[in-house]
Ligand binder design. Structure first.
Ligand SMILES: Cc1cc2nc3c(=O)[nH]c(=O)nc-3n(C[C@H](O)[C@H](O)[C@H](O)COP(=O)(O)OP(=O)(O)OC[C@H]3O[C@@H](n4cnc5c(N)ncnc54)[C@H](O)[C@@H]3O)c2cc1C
Length: 416
């Protein structure tokens, strides 16, 4: 690998914008509290159903015991389990069981200017056969996306294409034995097949970020794919978790590497989803936690990373994947301050399907480039994803769910 020289950093002075200064004279802030726009796609009946579901999820005891029961019911193939899940939480957070089944959700979003990022939800697989199924499903999603403007990107997880322990070993700089090297080559072939098809059909590929102890292998694969397929434009995107204290620097290093090696960096910014697991492992194994000491520190780095991406928007493509209204607002302000057109194809906002509609639909209405991560798959395959969503929306933190608050306001506004 070429040596990376010391970069000249271009991060604008954040507080000029963040501390209330107007971005430009013509800048009109997006009103994220407009629930009429946020829920325009929902009928009164659907809105009430959604409220009922979020009220149930707002009960942490119910969510915790329900999650355990759901896992048991799925294992035992209990009758009605699929039916019940599909009618409730699946309907809220997933597009459908298959690509075709997701078409309605895709079309409905697009009617309001919201794009879809297709995410085949199968997780935690360990057999080569399953990894090939995921690869084929990802390629099918790319073919499906190539025919519709509403789906510009698909996302993939390397753990859907490779054994976790193999990725961990490859990340550890432990030498892989002959059989493992062969296995790793097969992983590279799978991801290359996905990215090759994506480039051929002009569809983007987001590579999700995962646990820090497998992330070096994920980064290595993402960098290799970006170098191969991002020569003319950003097809492949790596993900940067700003809850890690080393990731802002890594984002900048990735930008420099892409410039030096002549390809375009694709960067999806997230805060990070595995905080508890990261901290616990670091404690148990006695190494310093890779996670920022406080939420404030995570927020600060997320905002600096946003600023870095906007500043360098001509030379890299970015996605601000967050449900945080302040971070989203800051990105819109920085875009305006730099005089960039709102819907620039290098600047995308994204939220998960079924969450933060107040951001998604208001951004779309104001002319920004915005998408929903649309998870699809059979109920048994997306169950872990659904459990994570319900835990996130339960009042474990002591706050009333952000989502429920907005839904109740819209119900009140409609007088229903
Ligand atoms: C479209 C999309 C794609 C995503 N893809 C990925 C992915 O590839 N990989 C991945 O890991 N996650 C991914 N996520 C999840 C994401 O990382 C966050 O977990 C989730 O979005 C919540 O963060 P937030 O920015 O939306 O909002 P917020 O509610 O403002 O932030 C919550 C987040 O802040 C951080 N945090 C909370 N408390 C602390 C603390 N005490 N100290 C330090 N940090 C803290 C944690 O990351 C927590 O999840 C994705 C999210 C979206 C919307």
């Amino acid at each position: 690998m070429k040596k990376i020289g010391k970069p000249v950093r271009k991060i604008p002075n954040l507080h000029i914008v963040a501390k209330g200064g107007r971005a430009t004279d013509s800048y009109i802030p997006v009103d994220f509290s407009n629930t009429e726009i946020a829920f325009a796609d929902k009928s009164d009946k659907e809105l009430k159903e959604t409220a009922r579901l979020f009220k149930l999820m707002n009960n942490p005891t119910l969510v915790n015991s329900g999650s355990k029961l759901a896992l048991i019911a799925a294992k035992l193939h209990l009758p009605f389990f699929d039916y019940f899940t599909k009618k409730t939480i699946f309907k809220q957070f997933c597009g459908g069981t298959t690509l075709l089944d997701s078409q309605d959700s895709i079309d409905r979003l697009y009617k309001y200017g919201v794009h879809s990022i297709l995410d085949y939800g199968a997780e935690g697989k360990e057999r080569e056969k399953d990894f090939n199924i995921t690869m084929n499903e990802n390629i099918r999603a790319i073919e499906f996306a190539a025919h519709q403007k509403s789906v510009p990107i698909i996302s993939t997880k390397i753990t859907g294409l490779a054994r976790f322990e193999l990725l961990e070993k490859a990340s550890n700089s432990t030498l892989l034995d002959g059989k493992e090297q062969e296995e790793f080559q097969n992983v590279l072939k799978r991801i290359d097949s996905i990215c090759h098809n994506a480039a051929r059909m002009d569809v983007g590929v987001f590579i999700d970020a995962e646990e820090s102890w497998i992330q070096p292998a994920v980064d290595m694969i993402a960098n290799q794919m970006m170098k191969r397929y991002n020569q003319k434009k950003a097809i492949v995107y790596n993900t940067f978790q700003l809850y890690r204290h080393d990731r802002l620097a890594y984002l900048m290093e990735s930008f420099d590497r892409a410039k030096q090696e002549g390809y375009m960096l694709g960067a999806k910014l997230v805060r990070g989803a595995y905080m508890d697991r990261e901290r616990l492992r670091a404690k148990e194994m006695g190494y310093p936690s890779p996670i920022q000491p406080t939420k404030k520190a995570t927020d600060h780095d997320f905002d600096l990373a946003t600023s870095f991406c906007v500043e360098n928007y001509k030379e890299m493509a970015s996605c601000f994947a967050t449900h945080n209204a302040e971070s989203t607002r800051l990105a819109t302000e920085l875009i305006a301050k730099k005089g960039i057109k709102k819907g620039h194809h290098h600047l995308l906002f994204a939220q998960l399907y079924g969450m933060s509609d107040h951001l998604t639909f208001n951004l779309a209405k104001s002319g920004y480039n915005v998408a929903k991560y649309l998870v699809y798959g059979q109920v048994k395959d997306v169950l872990s994803y659904l459990i994570r969503r319900s835990q996130e929306n339960s009042s474990v933190t002591g706050d009333m769910s952000r989502e429920l608050g907005f839904i109740m306001r819209e119900i009140k506004r409609r007088g229903i």
